[in-house]
Design a protein around this ligand. Structure first.
Ligand SMILES: [Zn+2]
Length: 272
């Protein structure tokens, strides 16, 4: 059973030694998962945008991805996301571990529990209407702690906390949207953090993410026009740091969970 699942760009394949490619069936579709060794731990990896970056953010099968990891027995999920910064102080290259999120997606299924589908979570089958809580911690404090500790060991100046705003995409945001996100308390903006974090909570899995600032969001600083090439270039420069951070974080995650994530379904299922 893999100790940790990782969801990120296809560049993270290199984290795994001798990866084995598995196909996992879920009620929401099939998922290709690579399972291999990372240091002393077994880790499962899913490239969020496909192996050749062919899947746009709104088309990612978030439900199938999260459920595929849970089906393999994964209860801890680490993710990576490229983000735009809403503040001049967090320039391109900044690594930030958010502690909360605001969901501004519009056209994505954000729940497993559509009233009909029943899913297997460990040794129980859950369905019907389920309302999980995102308090007191939106992201798992144990996983965030492991990531921040890894960052400190590596001497990376990673930022502890911030609010991830998830926009629908595919386009980048307008200057007015960015002003609005900042007024609402956002710190960084991306297109893939939701519903991933929410779905992880719905299956009582721990979830935290490493965000890498690839650019200033519209109107924050610098040249007005943003290109995807710039985003890719900054992320590529930081990818080795993020890989090192993930390698160390996986070793620092305690064997037993003492966070509240594992109890996310207690009292959340509406009995008919
Ligand atoms: Zn947790």
């Amino acid at each position: 059973m893999p100790k940790v699942g990782i969801i990120g760009g296809s560049g993270f394949y290199e984290l795994l030694e001798d990866p084995e490619r598995l196909i996992v069936d879920t009620p929401f579709g099939q998922v290709k998962v690579a399972v291999g060794k990372m240091g002393g731990s077994e880790v499962a990896f899913i490239p969020r945008h496909g192996e050749r970056h062919e899947v746009p953010p709104f088309m990612v099968n978030y439900r199938a991805n999260i459920l595929a990891l849970r089906t393999l027995g994964v209860v801890r999920i680490l993710a990576t996301n490229a983000v735009g910064s809403l503040y001049p102080a967090y320039g391109p290259g900044t690594i930030l571990i958010p502690d909360d999120l605001i969901d501004f997606t519009k056209n994505r299924p954000t729940t497993f529990y559509d009233g009909k589908t029943r899913i297997r979570i460990g040794d129980r089958v859950v369905g019907g209407v389920v309302h999980v809580s995102m308090t007191p911690h939106t992201y798992c404090p144990e996983l965030r702690g492991a990531l921040l500790e890894a960052g400190r060991e590596l001497g990376l100046d990673s930022v502890d906390g911030g609010v991830y705003v998830c926009a629908e995409g595919n386009r980048f945001e307008t200057p007015a949207e960015i002003r609005a996100f900042r007024m609402l308390g956002g710190t960084v903006v991306g297109m893939t953090g939701c519903p991933e974090a929410i779905l992880a909570r719905e299956v009582a899995a721990c979830y935290a993410t490493v965000t890498v600032v690839t650019n200033y969001a519209a109107g924050v600083s610098g040249p007005a026009k943003l290109t995807h090439d710039e985003v890719k270039e900054v992320f590529a420069r930081r990818i080795e740091d993020v890989k090192s951070m993930l390698r160390i974080a996986v070793e620092r995650i305690p064997q037993e969970r003492s966070c509240a994530c594992k109890d996310a379904l207690e009292g959340a299922v509406v009995e008919p």
